[in-house]
Design a binder for this molecule. Structure first.
Ligand code: ATP
Ligand code: MG
Length: 527
């Protein structure tokens, strides 16, 4: 077994590592620490969540001289959140040695950053644009910089930061050590390596297995219009601690966040168009668990490390394989378990196969939980909560007197049931009976679309359903039109003017016992 004290590390750095609770180096750390200490240029690749930050951070901090009040290492990261996180981890490792780190990124007052830089910072962690800004202004002095790290190197190339990065290099002294890190290293990286590195050492851990094996990967086949409902059912039926839900677009993030908040979930959105303060607030709330669901674009896919993320959900299937690998890598970190769930529409099945082929991972198909299963799961959760409360040392005396009085008129069962109703029914109704979603659901202009759950009626035929809708609502069979039954649900599109009747009909009468799930849709062209 390798140990940290086998490397040539000072007692201060060893203490910093110990303070973080790291007992032994991860494989990428075991290989990188000595190489970086020797001054070699390194390209480090290892799976998500396996400690690449400390793999470069520990030796970089070791080589910094804290008595020299100058910037000696620069670390570039693709996003602000990652810059902050890396800075924080390095600050903690370097604390006993009194190494000062500072994150600098766009969206934050440049004046404040300039003041901070004047405090004698040793390691700067920044996004390329803002770093360059400081270099051009001359507010970041780099004469003593001997080490440069590109964290998520491939992503920074992909994001088109190459010009910025090359300009950053032009400001730096010629003799410097360059380190590139990422879980994925596409061939384009080699060009950068050839141009800027001296005899780079490639350190690759777990070659060929890009995703982390302890992450369980599943997919759900869903229709586009049913995705919000599908997501809610998954969230309600899984043992979710924290989860990150990825959407393709910023607008998608905003809409989904709103839809989830409206249904009572503790959700927060994160994407590049939000003000920095808002981004910070959401990230902090997520790290503290005040928000349980982080709804994000790929800004949160790279490098973000929140230990208790139990689920990553691809609400929209990722556009490329790298994105898949990094997104799902937000769970299953440092040996923890994790689930990666991907919603796939029928026409995205090809994309799913590509992901499987290129990652070599197998995504197992899963059925969406039925409403009955969701309800059963919810009841279990509530019962567990009640049991926990009974066993806790909570003080019930406030309520005991009420119960006594009520027991004079009603049985204890009735009283308990009514209390549970008060406590839980609101959320139950939200999730089970009728679901309102004002996001885009793809109905044609002038039409309103209703979703109908036929969970208990798997044998129900479309004609029967159409007839039942017509009879219950008083609109003609022609207006109901042709309907299909998919899997466990169906939908019907009716003209706006008759929609209220259909809604009432579907809401009040369960068709052959089938529950009704209503989604009044805004026409696509108005959204
Ligand atoms: N030697 C270690 N022992 C225990 N935990 C560690 C060790 N090294 C790192 N960790 C922890 O593992 C988690 C993941 O580390 P890190 O963020 O560096 O992963 P990564 O390889 O950079 O992942 P990604 O590719 O997603 O950026 C962090 O919470 C970190 O504190
Ligand atoms: Mg990382």
């Amino acid at each position: 077994m390798t140990r940290f004290d086998q490397f040539q590390l000072s007692p201060e750095i060893l203490r910093g590592i110990q303070d973080l609770g790291f007992e032994e180096p991860s494989p990428i750390q075991a290989e990188c620490i000595p190489a970086v200490l020797r001054g070699e240029d390194v390209i480090g690749q290892a799976q998500t969540g396996t400690g690449k930050t400390a793999a470069f951070g520990i030796p970089v901090l070791e080589r910094v001289d804290p008595t020299l009040n100058e910037v000696q290492a620069i670390i570039l990261a693709p996003t602000r959140e990652l810059a902050i996180q890396v800075s924080e981890e390095l600050r903690r490792i370097g604390r006993p040695k009194r190494v000062k780190t500072l994150p600098i990124y766009g969206g934050q007052s440049i004046g404040r950053q300039i003041k901070a830089l004047q405090q004698g910072i040793h390691v700067v962690i920044g996004t390329p644009g803002r770093l360059l800004d400081h270099l051009r202004r001359g507010t970041l002095k780099v004469d003593s910089v001997e080490m440069v790290v590109l964290d998520e190197a491939d992503e920074m190339l992909d994001m088109g930061f190459i010009d910025d990065i090359e300009e950053v290099f032009r400001f730096l002294p010629g003799q410097r050590q360059l380190l590139l890190f990422s879980a994925t290293m596409p061939p384009a990286i080699r060009q950068l390596a050839q141009k800027y590195m001296r005899k780079p050492k490639y350190i690759t851990v777990n070659r060929g297995e890009v995703t982390v094996p302890i992450i369980k990967q599943y997919y759900y086949r869903v229709l586009e219009n049913f995705k919000v409902e599908a997501l809610c059912r998954i969230l309600d039926s899984e043992e979710v601690d924290l989860s990150i839900v990825f959407c393709r677009t910023k607008k998608g993030v905003d809409e989904l966040t709103e839809a989830l908040q409206a249904r009572g979930y503790l959700a927060g959105g994160l994407h590049g168009d939000l003000a920095q303060q808002q981004r910070d607030r959401v990230m902090n709330a997520f790290r503290n668990g005040e928000i349980e669901l982080l709804v994000a674009t790929d800004v949160a896919a790279r490098g973000i490390d929140v230990g208790s993320v139990s689920h990553v959900i691809n609400y929209d299937i990722p556009q490329d394989v790298e994105s898949y690998v990094h997104r799902i890598g937000r769970t299953g970190r440092a040996g923890r378990k994790g689930f990666a769930l991907t919603l796939v529409t029928p026409r995205e099945m090809k994309q799913l196969r590509t992901i499987e082929e290129e990652t070599g991972a197998r995504l197992k198909a899963r059925e969406l939980p039925t409403l009955e299963e969701v309800a059963a799961k919810q009841q279990q959760t509530w019962m567990a909560q009640i049991e926990e409360t009974i066993r806790s040392d909570a003080d019930f005396s406030l309520f005991e007197d009420m119960i006594e009085q009520l027991n004079e008129k009603f049985s204890p069962e009735k009283v308990a049931a009514a209390a549970l109703y008060l406590a839980f029914s609101e959320r139950f109704a939200k999730n089970i009976d009728a679901t309102y979603n004002f996001g885009e659901t793809g109905a044609s202009p002038g039409m309103v679309r209703f979703f109908i759950n036929v969970g208990r009626n798997a044998n129900l035929r479309p004609q029967e359903l159409a007839k039942a809708i017509s009879e219950n609502s008083g609109i003609s069979l022609r207006q109901v039109g042709r309907i299909n039954i998919y899997d466990r649900f169906s939908f019907v599109e009716v003209p706006e003017d008759v929609a209220p009747f259909v809604y009432e009909a579907l809401r009040q009468s369960k068709i052959n016992g089938a529950r009704v799930n209503m989604e009044p849709a805004r026409p696509r062209n108005k959204v």
